[in-house]
Design a protein around this ligand. Structure first.
Ligand code: SAM
Length: 274
């Protein structure tokens, strides 16, 4: 995954894994400062941060995140906040300890591990914040592959976004080993990566595609559009992360996280040459 500017040097070298550090921020010169999050203890409840990745050769480095993603203003149905009902976030926040240590020092206890297992099966693998939903709505219309219970799609639809959600085995299908027997939150249609070729006009959304199955990489290869939003860990062993490393990173957003998990949102644009 690379940024708009090759100068920034935060792209992935082959086989190096995603080097965009946790808590990376846009510096005063429009460059990306990497890894600050690891050095500076963050307050326990830091609001999620949207990091636009700007080109250092751009005439106006103070451009807003919207202007960094041409077309998003005209595509998104609204930029106004529509507050969504988000029981996953409520449950996560109400069960989270009052941490005294910075995020990178937090450990998932066995009880919290069990709670996470339950909540990811019931809701989703990434915890959506209001800001995350708004980011998706800005990039609407969307097509989501591997949507699981459809929890993220449900939030996007609540907020007025347009999303088609697909999964090989939409829950409660017992063949879905991540969400077997769970109730979907919205309509998730059966379907696989190949159908993405029919939706070049939509932003592709992938949330925690499996590391040990090719759905993520197959989706990116089948997709003919220009924008992918990836929710997951940049250190994932999945082939899809290595593929997306070749794309231009235009924006990132921190999301609430379980202890020891390093997922966030990445907005990527297809490189012009390559
Ligand atoms: C780890 S779960 C993530 C589900 C959801 N995105 C979330 O964050 O909760 C992976 C999902 O990918 C789906 N999946 C796996 N292989 C697939 C394929 N070939 N085509 C479509 N969906 C697939 C699974 O059925 C499962 O729902």
């Amino acid at each position: 995954m690379k940024t708009c500017s090759a100068q920034l040097g935060v792209g992935l070298g082959r086989g190096e894994g995603l080097t965009l550090g946790e808590g990376g921020v846009v510096g005063p010169e429009g460059g990306l400062a990497v890894g600050l999050g690891a050095a500076l203890p963050a307050p326990a409840r830091q609001p999620p941060q949207t990091n636009a990745v700007t080109s250092s050769s751009a005439p106006d480095r103070r451009r807003t995140r919207e202007s960094d993603t041409p077309g998003s203003l005209s595509r998104g149905p609204t930029l106004a906040a529509v507050l969504v009902r988000n029981p996953y976030l409520e449950e996560f926040e109400s069960t989270s300890p009052a941490w005294r240590v910075p995020p990178e020092m937090r450990k998932l206890s066995f009880e919290r591990y069990q709670l996470r297992q339950e909540l990811v099966a019931k809701y989703a693998w990434a915890i959506p914040s209001q800001e995350a939903v708004e980011l998706l709505v800005r990039h609407s219309p969307l097509v989501e592959m591997g949507a699981g219970t459809g929890y993220w799609a449900w939030l996007v639809r609540q907020a007025g976004g347009d999303v088609l959600a697909f999964d090989r085995y939409p829950p409660p299908d017992r063949r879905n080993r991540w969400h077997a027997g769970r109730q979907p939150w919205t309509e998730v249609k059966p379907g696989g990566a190949r159908l993405l070729a029919k939706h070049p006009d939509r932003t592709l959304f992938l949330c925690w595609p499996p590391e040990d199955e090719p759905m993520g990489i197959d989706s990116v290869r089948a997709y003919r559009g220009d924008t992918v939003i990836f929710a997951g860990e940049p250190t994932s062993a999945g082939e899809v992360v290595r593929e997306l490393d070749r794309w231009d990173l235009t924006e990132t957003l921190d999301i609430p996280r379980w202890e020891g998990i390093h997922d966030r949102l990445f907005v990527l644009r297809r490189p012009r040459h390559g």
